[in-house]
Ligand binder design. Sequence first.
Ligand SMILES: *Cc1c(COP(=O)(O)O)cnc(C)c1O
Length: 396
Amino acid sequence: MTEIKRPVGRRDWRTRLIQPEVGAPGGFVSLVPAVHRGSTVVFERLADAQDDWRTGRYTYGLYGTPTVLELGARIADLEGAHHSFVVPGGQAAIVLIYLAFCTAGSHALVPESAYGPNQELGPGLLEGLGITVETYPPTIGAGIADRIRPATRLIWCESPGSITMEVQDVPAIVAAAHARDVPVALDNTYAAGILFDAFAAGVDLSMQALTKYVGGHSDLLLGSVSVRDDAAYARVGPVHRLLGLAVSPDDCALALRGLETLAVRLAALERSTLAIATWLKARPEVGNVLHPGLPDCPGHAIWQRDFTGSASVFSFVFADEWDADRVARFVDALRLFRIGYSWGGTTSLVMAYPAPGSNARSYGARLVRLNVGLEATQDLIGDLEHALALAEGEQG
Ligand SMILES: *Cc1c(COP(=O)(O)O)cnc(C)c1O
């Protein structure tokens, strides 16, 4: 093997591959947040290498790179939080909150309308750890006081609820909980952390699936846990660290980009969604339209009192004579509304919930959830009209 010629005193080229002696000029200033990838963080001196999560200093990529911490700081700023932890998804945010506040012997309360996988955590994981999770009717309001036990360590709210869209009286639940020193956590995904001011309503923890409106394009999974004060920060911080909830800086960079268009997307989605919900309400095939901005929705008056706007996801219930087969024909006949879970992206989506275990069970198999995207409203209404006609026609 011939040696590559190099000037005397220069390090071997194989070393320079790893530890380069040249680089790009400094002074680059752009509008775009930098994507900092990195697991190891290097220190000037050994004494700098101390590893205390509370100092906020960089120690290891798992605990945050500048890209991840920038997203957290931006979310905390928008929500008026003391601090926001960025985690791999909304479900990870939910688990983090449970494990920060509940230990063996604890009791937690969660609304019957909560996001399905949140409700599955009780039987699927927490009961095995000695934590009792009890569901409560979402419209319970101040009546939550009767469900609080000496062992209650956490009360969940989610407003509006997933699928069935009940708007909760969060301030009333917070008042009853705080009278007994019980913290309240809110799943504020519907509001994008914006349309409902969680901390003004008194909650201790507000989480969202950044996957939905902050990401906004169905191309990432991220979540956030925002804490009200230093007491909640001190509970969540160590557990966040121990769970090893690493997130990708690339995903965080996409979420930071999503933030730039959040206001215009939410405004356009609200307009189009209200137009479609109102159109459906006038159709003879449709019974209730469960959109928080319309009077059919349980808690509509609370929504008017507490929210500054509505979002893109809502449900409607077909008239009594509709059965699961006819609902499936309707869903299958849609062309622009794509069949899929999740929401908050640019594409319109539809899902039906015929499963008896779903919180939509009280509506039989007649409930359909829509996520309105950024397609032209008239085309989406045309798609619904066409599918209604096909579902009827094939009925014979
Ligand atoms: C989607 C969603 C979650 C879970 O978020 P992921 O990022 O998919 O894990 C939690 N809560 C609500 C209300 C959601 O809609």
